[in-house]
Design a protein around this ligand. Structure first.
Ligand SMILES: *Cc1c(COP(=O)(O)O)cnc(C)c1O
Length: 401
């Protein structure tokens, strides 16, 4: 029998060291709970960065997946399949978009958005060849491909990976005037997260998205929202943009779209944006395969049937209120929308990581982002009683440090 330490040592020996996991070896999951190899039980307060909104081992997701696997797996997009169109139609209905392009990971959806925006810039807006520019925000997180890290403002993400793709302009997040100044006739798109998740749960000022949309419309610039983390009920609405606008011009989704079991992502857009793609211009061997489509459809059905957005909104308010009431001298700020909540720590006294390690020993799993902020993003099926218990553990850990 291998001990947990043996398992950890083997990972350290044979895997690239591009993560720094908490020292817990998971073997099983069910709902909001996960178990380690020794049978210890933990509440999952991270849900794989929002990918597990429906909870671990969700019976409806597993059934949809199993049923589809039995029928047809990965035929490629060289052929039509009986489920992909239904998935696309449903996704267009709930987002208000005209068309979707299925991919697998979030970064691929963002890459797709970049390609669409540039082509739209040349073919529809009339920007001169190779001149198109995309505005992004400082502190962004859109994935890990070389193009995407090239416009990150985080040195850790970029260092040593250049030369990078040009054509991106970065401005402060939430700063309307900076956006106004940055737009030029060569700007094809503004790519932004409605709330910066990896950046530390950073919420822009009220009205930012609404004003940004107005400005983009007036300047013929596409507003492309990355809701890979904030979308699909995480922030208390089906999509975070619904707090301020009817719909963007382009939208990327991922994470929870895969029901916690499979990579499913998509770029959605207005018809005139998506129609810049013709056969041969873009693709993915696994993107939109029947298993992905069946799981995505079920993930969308769960959101509607089980009122995930309302749950997320109400339980998010509740959790945020309870965390704010802790009044620990270690807490600098609690912020968030729905069940995407950040607790920023005064790290001159204690590191966010050490709080996560202490919480782990008490059966609560969460992870720091950017050293100072602990993200609380439990599965959306969490109950009030489970929140009460977890906050009690947080309180005990904070007072013991
Ligand atoms: C996680 C994330 C991505 C990247 O998704 P991957 O599936 O890891 O490639 C992109 N954008 C945002 C906002 C994310 O949170």
């Amino acid at each position: 029998m291998m001990t947990p330490q043996d398992v950890i040592d083997r990972e350290d020996r044979f895997l690239a060291h591009n993560y720094h996991p908490l020292p817990v070896v998971l073997a099983k999951g069910d709902g909001v709970w996960v178990w380690d190899t020794e049978g210890n039980k933990y509440l999952d307060f991270l849900s794989a960065y929002s990918a597990v909104s429906a909870g671990h081992h969700n019976p409806r997701i597993l059934k949809a997946m199993a049923t589809q696997v039995e029928k047809l797996g990965v035929p490629s997009r060289a052929f039509y399949t009986d489920v992909l169109g239904e998935f696309a139609e449903r996704l267009c209905q709930v987002t208000g978009m005209d068309r979707m392009l299925p991919m697998n990971t979030g970064a691929e959806a963002v890459e797709t958005a970049i390609k669409a925006a540039r082509r739209w810039g040349y073919r529809v807006k009339g920007i001169k060849d190779n001149k198109a520019r995309i505005i992004v925000c400082n502190g962004n997180f859109h994935g890990r491909t070389t193009t995407i890290v090239g416009f990150s403002s985080d040195a850790d993400y970029r260092a040593g990976f250049g030369p990078f793709s040009s054509g991106f302009d970065s401005i402060p997040f939430g700063d309307y005037d900076a956006l106004e100044r940055a737009i030029t006739p060569d700007t094809c798109a503004f790519l932004v997260e409605p709330i910066q998740g990896e950046g530390g749960i950073i919420i822009p000022p009220d009205g930012y998205l609404r004003r940004a949309q107005e400005l983009c419309r007036n300047q013929n610039v596409l507003l492309i929202l990355d809701e890979i983390q904030t979308g699909l009920s995480r922030t208390g609405k089906d999509f975070c943009f619904q707090y301020e606008i009817d719909k963007p011009d382009g939208l990327t989704l991922g994470k929870a779209l895969g029901g916690g079991v499979y990579p499913v992502s998509a770029f959605l857009a207005r018809a005139d944006v998506m129609d810049v793609f013709e056969p041969g211009s873009h693709g993915s061997t696994f993107g939109g395969n029947p298993i992905a489509a069946a799981i995505g459809l079920e993930a969308l059905a769960l959101i509607a049937d089980d009122h995930y957005s309302q749950r997320s909104f109400e339980l998010g308010e509740y959790l945020r209120g309870k965390l704010e009431a802790l009044q620990s001298p270690l807490i600098r700020e609690v912020r968030g929308k729905g069940l995407l909540i950040g607790m920023e720590i005064y790290t001159n006294q204690v590191s966010a990581r050490s709080i996560c390690e202490a919480l782990k020993t008490r059966g609560v799993l969460c992870k720091e982002t950017h050293e100072t902020t602990i993200r609380f993003a439990p599965p959306l099926i969490i109950t009030q009683e489970q929140i009460d218990w977890a906050v009690g553990e947080v309180a005990d850990v904070l007072s013991s440090l």
